[in-house]
Design a protein around this ligand. Structure first.
Ligand SMILES: [Zn+2]
Length: 506
């Protein structure tokens, strides 16, 4: 009897130990999803990345993986890149009996996406650190820009002789995070495509670049108006706006009547017909398909109905909106109204350092402020084809279709929805970035895919190779050393000092 009891007791102890370990495993899984400990336990680190199966020419490349196409994801899909363009998209590519000159890269379980298009940046400020959060949320951009209405001025300073390097640094940061095109008010040759400069479009793009305008109402001095349009004398008018192939303008960056007034002055010719003595002062109507409004935070639902009716576009930068004004657009209203919405990071001081971080904020803010779930696929569209449409380059970039330019980003890790894998993916999980078929960044074992010299770069916990020294004009190592101490270009999954996206609870 005693023996039976002892054995029963021992069994209980074993059972308790097993339950305890199971509980520890659960906790590790639950709270350490990205840790190496968790990865070792659950094997999720063994994603492996891409592998070169056949080594042929540099300009004939098969990329195998889950291909995100306009019609949906292609499991076991492939993209054939030839002479800088997408030559084929399909499924079940077999290396046998195929052209031996083709280089075949197997990225099983990875997601192959069009490169991201960041439609709003101020690249000049790419070396400054994000603003410290003073807990102050303001009502209009002139509040923090020039200290209007006794608010704290927030300054982001870049020395004149550092601007070129700062732009280059910003382009690198976006490239490292899967962005292949940017509208950012500044440019360097090579690296990302600059959709707002004819000389920055890079090989394959010939269309008219977008016009990027921070002060369409000529209000750089901090002019705030309500009930009239007495802004600067050089404010935009319809005649000028009509000439632009695409006009990307900041409108209504604020949450007050003064922000709302800006849209009124740009959408209704009868609103103010009294000219100012020195010129200007009249309202106009520029709401048309060639207009993409940046921020548009001061617009009402009926304003957005007009935007939808006229086929104008909206460029959304939720993180910067949340950090500066504690609010952002009710984006599902705009989407349901049929407005084409593109995503942009705004700038480093108050916005996101990468498009992926902007995507995180887009989902979070929409849930927190409006209780609506924003699908990862919808965000992906805002980062790719919608952005291409807003900038009028949708014939050439923004999706993986035959004849388009091979601007591509590949993300490893196969957990979860394939669109989430792309839009919320960490910089560490990027296995390849191509611009016009040219390999610019690869996993560290894939350096042989580039005809250019590649050098190692540490991105968070992962090691990559970048093949851009010819475009940079010097090695990345030298360039990075010259900018040591500035905000980094190669970022971990969560960038340091990232501005808050959370809604402020008062
Ligand atoms: Zn801006």
């Amino acid at each position: 009897m005693t023996l039976v009891r002892r054995r029963a007791k021992a069994l209980w102890i074993y059972a308790i130990i097993i339950v305890f370990f199971a509980f520890c495993l659960f906790l590790a899984r639950r709270f350490l999803p990205n840790s190496s400990f968790s990865n070792i336990l659950f094997g999720s680190v063994s994603h492996g990345g891409c592998k070169i199966i056949t080594k042929g020419n540099y300009d004939k490349l098969i990329l195998k993986g889950v291909v995100l196409t306009p019609k949906g994801p292609l499991q076991d899909g492939y993209v054939l890149v030839e002479s800088g363009k997408v030559a084929e998209v399909g499924t079940s590519y077999s290396s046998e009996s195929q052209d031996t000159l083709i280089t075949v890269v197997d990225c099983a379980n990875s997601v192959i996406s069009p490169g991201f298009i960041n439609l709003h940046e101020h690249l000049t400020y790419s070396i400054v650190s994000p603003f410290k959060d003073l807990g102050e949320r303001v009502s209009h951009r002139h509040d923090w820009r020039v200290g209007a209405r006794n608010r704290t001025i927030r300054e982001a300073l870049v020395a004149e002789d550092m601007i070129g390097d700062s732009i280059k640094w910003g382009e690198l940061r976006h490239l490292f995070s899967g962005t292949t095109s940017v509208v950012g008010g500044g440019m360097v040759t090579g690296l990302v495509r600059n959709l707002d400069f004819a000389s920055g479009l890079e090989a394959g793009l010939l269309d008219a670049p977008s016009v990027w305008d921070v002060f369409p109402l000529d209000d750089a001095d901090g002019i705030l108006r309500n009930n009239d349009c007495d802004y600067g004398p050089e404010a935009i008018d319809r005649q000028r706006a009509e000439k632009y192939h695409r006009y990307l303008a900041h409108v209504g960056e604020g949450v007050d009547d003064e922000a709302a007034n800006e849209f009124r002055c740009l959408s209704d010719e009868t609103y103010d017909s009294l000219p100012m003595p020195g010129g200007g002062g009249l309202s106009t109507d520029i709401i048309a398909p060639n207009l993409a409004m940046v921020h548009a935070l001061g617009l009402s639902a009926s304003d957005f109905d007009l935007v939808a009716k006229r086929g104008a576009h909206i460029i959304w930068s939720p993180r910067s909106n949340m950090f500066l004004y504690g609010k952002t657009l009710n984006i599902t209203y705009l989407l349901e109204a049929g407005i084409n919405v593109a995503l942009g990071t705004d700038w480093l001081p108050s916005g996101s350092a990468t498009m992926s971080r902007e995507a995180h904020c887009a989902a979070l803010a929409t849930q927190q402020l409006y209780g609506r779930h924003l699908e990862a696929k919808t965000i992906w569209e805002m980062m790719t084809i919608n952005a291409a449409r807003a900038a009028s380059f949708e014939q050439h970039i923004g999706s993986l279709e035959v004849g388009k330019l091979a601007d591509i980003v590949i993300f490893t890790e196969s957990t979860g929805d394939v669109y989430s894998q792309a839009v919320f993916g960490s910089t560490e999980n990027i296995e390849m970035v191509l611009r016009g078929g040219r390999v610019l960044l690869v996993g560290d074992k894939l350096g042989g895919l580039s005809s250019s010299h590649c050098e190692p770069v540490q991105i968070g916990r992962s090691r990559k190779a970048i093949c851009i020294a010819d475009e940079l004009g010097l090695s990345y190592a030298e360039f990075a050393a010259s900018l040591a101490g500035f905000y980094p270009a190669a970022l971990p999954s969560i960038p340091p000092y990232e501005p808050l996206c959370d809604a402020i609870v008062s």
